[in-house]
Design a protein around this ligand. Structure first.
Ligand SMILES: Cc1ncc(COP(=O)(O)O)c(C=O)c1O
Length: 378
């Protein structure tokens, strides 16, 4: 059987990884400034993570959500501490799309309304409602098309208000820093407007933290920069450092009902052990603060480079927009300098989404390579 070829691939076979480095089958070492799409948060094969997952597997890997799984409670408590939202409630699933799907569904259950307001440039995943709330018609199949989702331009308060005036709004979903969209930031005033309009119209504010969350922006949730709470935060990617896990953190005013949400695999012992290990390392090594500090340094230095039009983002979620197509530079970085960075929906913008514990030496290595390539032609 052949693979169903939906991904354009680099001709590189990665077989080993440690910290912020990965090695291919020929023994070539690459600096990973992309974290496999923002997934690697505490570094590849972190010893505490490996130990926790291996140890858990020796005891039990999976049982269904019909019994107590104490690791779920431990994870909820640790995420409550890390995020500072101790009175929120945790529901565990398996991916970012699933987290968003559950969040929007929950908002609709709770409010009894059906409309979702999403942002132009948004990416929320590929399941039915998540993809309908994603601003990319080429990945929305006819069966996913719906009138329930209304798109407004990011940071356009008048358009947001007008969308509410149409009535029947169950939720507003927003990436406080758009990832796939090219690292575009929601303004703090705009986010506060979402909060106040949701309160006025009885809708829920869903912060999609799948990419920008779990400490990457220099606060646990990127939404925290606006100083107002969301009703639901969705997470995945960095939460499990590569182990598939998704989650939604739900405000205390939202009451659960048996059967309202559910999943077979979500919250299994092994996934929880992985996410607990990540939370342990995040707390012990103060990685949220580290991401902010190192991000400030990196962003400051990137702005000094030639041919750079704009540097956007916060912490270790950074978009670098060139005056030209970024693809040739990315290719040179990968094949000549052995550094992984990411593309984005905007062809001139490449993304940096490294592990949150990269050191200054990793940042400097990237800067040195960029300086070299951007002063020569590529
Ligand atoms: C902001 C955001 N939301 C949701 C998703 C979907 O996550 P997953 O691929 O785990 O379903 C992604 C994936 O890139 C994302 O960046």
């Amino acid at each position: 059987m052949d693979l169903f070829k939906v991904y354009p691939l680099w001709d590189i076979d990665i077989v080993r990884a440690e910290g912020s480095y990965v090695w291919d089958d020929k023994g070539t070492r690459y600096l990973d400034m992309y974290g496999g799409h923002a997934v690697i948060s505490i570094g590849h094969t972190h010893p505490h993570y490996v130990e926790k997952v291996v140890d858990q597997l020796k005891h039990i890997g999976f049982y269904s959500n019909s019994v107590i799984i104490d690791q779920q409670r431990e994870l909820a408590s640790k995420l409550g501490e890390l995020s500072g939202k101790r009175d929120y409630q945790l529901f565990l699933c398996n991916s970012g799309a699933e987290a968003n799907e559950n969040a929007m569904k929950l908002a609709s259950f709770v409010t009894g309304k059906s409309k979702v307001i999403a942002m132009k440039g948004a990416f929320h995943g590929r399941t039915s409602l998540a993809v309908a709330a994603t601003d990319n018609p080429s990945i929305v199949a006819p069966v996913n098309r719906t009138d329930h989702v209304v798109f407004v331009p990011l940071n356009d308060e008048a358009a947001l208000e007008a969308a509410f005036e149409g009535g029947d709004v169950s939720s507003v979903i927003i990436e406080n820093i758009q990832g796939v969209g090219g690292v575009r930031m929601a303004g703090e005033g705009f986010v506060r407007k979402i909060r106040s309009l949701c309160d006025r119209y009885g809708a829920l504010y869903v912060a999609d933290e799948v990419q920008c969350g779990c400490g990457r922006s220099g606060k646990y949730y990127a939404a925290d920069w606006a100083g107002v709470d969301a009703d639901i935060y969705t997470m995945a990617k960095g939460l499990g450092n590569g182990f598939p896990i998704g989650a939604i953190s739900i405000a205390p005013h939202i009451a659960p009902k048996f059967g309202m949400l559910g999943t077979t695999f979500g919250g299994n012992h092994l996934a929880c052990a992985a996410a607990i290990a990540v939370a342990d390392v995040m707390a012990a090594d103060r990685l949220v603060d580290h991401a902010r500090e190192l991000g400030d340094y990196l962003i400051g230095e990137l702005k000094k480079l030639p041919r750079v039009k704009e540097v956007r983002g916060r912490g270790l979620m950074i978009g670098v927009e060139l005056f030209e197509d970024a693809a040739p530079l990315r290719r040179k970085l990968l094949f000549d300098e052995k550094i992984f960075v990411g593309s984005s929906g905007d062809k001139n913008t490449f993304r940096l989404l490294p592990a949150l514990n990269i050191g200054r030496e990793h940042a400097d290595r990237l800067l040195e390579a960029l300086r070299k390539l951007l002063t020569t032609s590529c």
